[in-house]
Design a protein around this ligand. Structure first.
Ligand code: AMP
Ligand code: MG
Length: 322
């Protein structure tokens, strides 16, 4: 059985966090909230503990994990921090931006999926930061779902999928951003790559580094194996809906605008792109259980702000790749 403990996101009880940290220190698994989605954490520097993450999720072993840190100083023990990384961390950490940099020997090979680089991020969530602090180590944490499924944005969803597979869940309620961090590879600062659009808008990153982020070609995609796998997928087919189109028969809908033949019983509607991103994964999980033939997701017109990350999740859950 997995223990689930409530925790106040604004003021996490040190006692609760200590219990979770003891599990991390002894090589166990703890799911915890971050501002993006719920993470499934283990001591990033303990190869046996990290192996348990891959097993619990059914995650392919060549898909590397993000190491969560509480300071830039801690990141310096794990990766070779260049001046572009310093600038970005100064501006955007804590926050939904993950930096891929040359790994140091301190990071076990299993954590970085056998690559020469490692991914680091400082989350903007007191529960997450406090857990890292009490554990006294970097925490490797992918999303706390079975591999390929939509990411969990609340603790009940983590419990339904991970009960019996992990030691503890810290239940801090619903997350804020709802999709994962933006991942950029700045190993070569003269050619920074956008590996995964996400919570941190592309244009904000570009305005700080002063150059455009390139999308990886097929060669550099091999360097971020996570981008190769089908992801974020519910149990029913997903289709992309563009404004003005008619919905197929017996289908569900998630979006902002109202299709003419909308079936309200099987729809989840949002007021803004931010709300859509926050609620997308839980809406897919709700509608997949409603005996519909497919789920239609509205395609965002814009590609600024959260929309690029939202587009990426929509494409990937529909089985198409970016
Ligand atoms: P997840 O933890 O499932 O949200 O996925 C983390 C993402 O970061 C995946 O797309 C990984 O492929 C990517 N990632 C993690 N470490 C690295 C790395 N060293 N190089 C390139 N991509 C990475
Ligand atoms: Mg994931």
């Amino acid at each position: 059985m997995t223990i689930s403990l409530k925790v106040d996101r604004k003021q996490p009880s040190p006692d609760t966090i200590s219990q979770a940290a003891e599990i991390i220190k002894s090589g166990g698994l703890v799911a915890f909230p971050t501002e993006t989605v719920y993470g499934l954490g283990a001591d990033a520097l303990n190869p046996e503990a990290v192996a348990k993450i891959f097993k619990a999720k059914g995650r392919p072993s060549d898909n590397p994990l993000i190491l969560h840190v509480m300071t830039l100083k801690q990141a310096r023990n794990l990766v070779k921090v260049n001046s572009m990384a310093e600038k970005l961390a100064e501006k955007f950490w804590p926050g939904p931006l993950t930096l891929v940099l040359p790994a140091k020997d301190t990071v076990p090979s299993i954590t970085r999926g056998g690559l020469e680089t490692a991914a680091v991020r400082m989350p903007a969530d007191r529960v997450a930061l406090s857990l890292i602090e009490h554990s006294g180590t970097a925490i490797a944490a992918p999303s706390a779902n079975i591999s390929g499924r939509p990411s969990p944005t609340d603790a009940d969803t983590v419990f339904s999928e991970m009960n019996g597979r992990i030691d503890m869940i810290l239940d801090g309620g619903s997350v804020i951003v709802g999709i994962e961090s933006t991942v950029i590879d700045i190993t070569n600062p003269s050619r920074p790559l956008l590996l995964r659009p996400g919570g941190m808008p592309r244009e904000e990153i570009e305005s700080v580094i002063g150059v455009s982020l390139e999308r990886p070609d097929s060669e550099s995609k091999k360097r971020s194996p996570g981008t190769r796998y089908r992801h974020y997928a519910p149990n029913v087919a997903v289709k992309i809906w563009h404004k003005g189109e008619t919905l197929p028969e017996n289908s569900a809908y998630i979006g902002i605008d109202l299709p003419e033949n909308l079936d309200r019983e099987h729809s989840v509607l949002f007021d803004s792109e931010e709300d859509y991103a926050r609620g997308l994964f839980s809406a897919m999980r709700k509608l997949e259980s409603e005996n519909v033939e497919c789920i239609n997701l509205q395609w965002p017109d814009d590609d600024k702000g959260i929309c690029l990350g939202l587009r990426d999740r929509i494409l990937r859950s529909s089985g198409e790749y970016v």
